[in-house]
Design a protein around this ligand. Structure first.
Ligand SMILES: Cc1cn([C@H]2C[C@H](O)[C@@H](COP(=O)(O)OP(=O)(O)O)O2)c(=O)[nH]c1=O
Length: 230
């Protein structure tokens, strides 16, 4: 029996990449995006600079205005607004990205690679005594559950060696020295590891791995777990 021609497309898969700052998330996300498209799987890459809502200039402009408020502001403004404000602003950003870009893409059969999913934000808030962890969990609870999460594990010291420099946010505003980055990021890493225990994550210790090795392992997992070959 042949499928009716008006059949809905199979939904796309959402693949996210998480890890501390400098773990290699953007590097892997960009490469997976390219490889999936090259292999004929329609795929979009969504990250903190993505503001395009396909075929809707008005919504794209709105998303771009929110992106400017959340990501394109100076450090003094960021500090003045405070932790609660930033949790809610980030929740607004992730909500719009999910509602206007990710869900429609998945529904029409396009795969989504999400660079920098909310897991790291949740980890940062979970180690912040000023904000109840339950509040942070709740504001992200409605987002689409990814089909596969790549968790790139690396020590903070190694991440710093790769990155070279860091922002105040990346030390949790705890100081300006390398040790401040390392102490804070190692705390975030431990929190990510406790989220990992909830299951379904593909956890890779990337400390000794080259970019090519990480990419190869990730593509094998895509084939095994989601039947997406590149
Ligand atoms: C993946 C990878 C990245 N890098 C560099 C590239 C970038 O300058 C920096 C961080 O990589 P990036 O992919 O931007 O990490 P994230 O998105 O997790 O913050 O590290 C390496 O030196 N070696 C590697 O194997």
């Amino acid at each position: 029996m042949t499928a009716p021609s008006h059949a809905e497309p199979a939904p796309g898969r959402e693949i996210t990449v998480t890890g501390i700052d400098g773990a290699g998330k953007t590097t892997l996300a960009e490469r997976l995006h390219q490889a999936l498209n090259d292999a004929g799987h329609r795929t979009i890459l969504v990250g903190k600079h993505s503001t395009d809502v396909p075929m809707d200039a008005e919504l794209s402009e709105y998303v771009d205005r929110l992106n400017a408020l959340v990501y394109r502001r100076d450090a003094r403004v960021a500090q003045a607004c405070g932790d609660h404000y930033w949790l809610l602003a980030l929740a607004a950003w992730y909500t719009l990205q999910d509602q206007l870009v990710i869900r429609p893409a998945l529904a029409e059969g396009t795969h989504v690679i999400l660079d920098n999913a909310h897991h790291k934000i949740l980890a940062r808030y979970a180690v912040n005594p000023e904000v109840p962890t339950r509040l942070a969990e709740q504001v992200f609870a409605h987002l689409t559950k990814p089909d596969l999460v790549f968790f790139l594990r690396i020590s903070a010291r190694e991440a710093l060696a790769r990155k070279g420099s860091f922002t105040s946010l990346e030390t949790g505003h705890s100081g300006e020295g390398d040790e401040d980055f390392i102490r804070y990021q190692d705390t975030v890493l431990r929190q990510l590891r406790s989220q990992e225990l909830q299951g379904g994550w593909l956890s890779l210790d990337v400390t000794e791995m080259s970019r090519d090795q990480v990419f190869k392992t990730a593509t094998e997992a895509l084939a095994d777990r989601l039947h997406l070959s590149v």
